[in-house]
Write a protein that binds this ligand. Structure first.
Ligand code: FMN
Length: 172
């Protein structure tokens, strides 16, 4: 599978088989995150990999009861150990850098026959309490990972290129 095929295949997966993810697959997925680019190569990302069903259930509750968070055999808390560095463009580095690393994992997971879903709907302090994450660490997103219970859906509801791309200058 090439990168474009992985991009086209990927969908958010919200239903998982009760089947563990092999260690070698998980390792390659985490390696894909490790190799991501980051501003000034700061690599502020840190990942807490949760396989334990009891802890995953608690994370599900912290994720506002999204049931599949408890069903996926792995949940990765995608965190940042950060000094809140801001780039000259005015943007904070860490949310961007962690997001890139997450999407590397997401696309690698597709290649490995696995499914994922980004989870932004969660209470950060609850996740910190559950995973004993120190106060100065940010939890940017959770990521579910597991074998999809159904084939990837095909339809993607997206704006057209004509609606999102402008050439040479901004056009109203
Ligand atoms: C930053 C971010 C946060 C998200 N948070 C959630 C979430 O908490 N729960 C959920 O079910 N999906 C979540 N999603 C998935 C989006 O709903 C999904 O990507 C979007 O609807 C497009 O569908 P697709 O991923 O299947 O192409 C999130 C996606 C992103 C990128």
């Amino acid at each position: 599978m090439n990168v474009y095929e992985a991009i086209k295949t990927r969908r958010s997966i919200r239903s998982y088989e009760d089947r563990p993810v092999e260690e070698d697959k998980l390792h390659r997925i985490l390696e894909a995150a490790r190799l991501a680019p980051s501003a000034s190569n700061l690599q502020e990302w840190r990942f807490v990999v949760v396989r334990d069903a009891h802890i995953r259930k608690k994370l599900m509750e912290a994720a506002k009861g999204q049931r599949f968070v408890g069903e996926a055999s792995v949940v990765i808390a995608c965190c940042a150990k950060t000094d809140n560095h801001v780039m000259s463009c005015g943007q904070l580095c860490y949310p961007i850098d962690v997001a890139i690393a997450i999407e590397h994992m997401v696309l690698k997971a597709v290649e490995e026959g696995l499914g994922t879903c980004w989870i932004g709907a969660f209470y950060e302090q609850q996740v910190k309490d559950i995973l004993e994450i120190p106060n100065d660490i940010r939890v940017v997103e959770l990521l579910t990972l597991g074998y999809p219970a159904k084939p990837y859906p095909t339809h993607k509801d997206r704006l057209s290129l004509g609606e999102i791309v402008m050439h040479e200058r901004w056009r109203q």
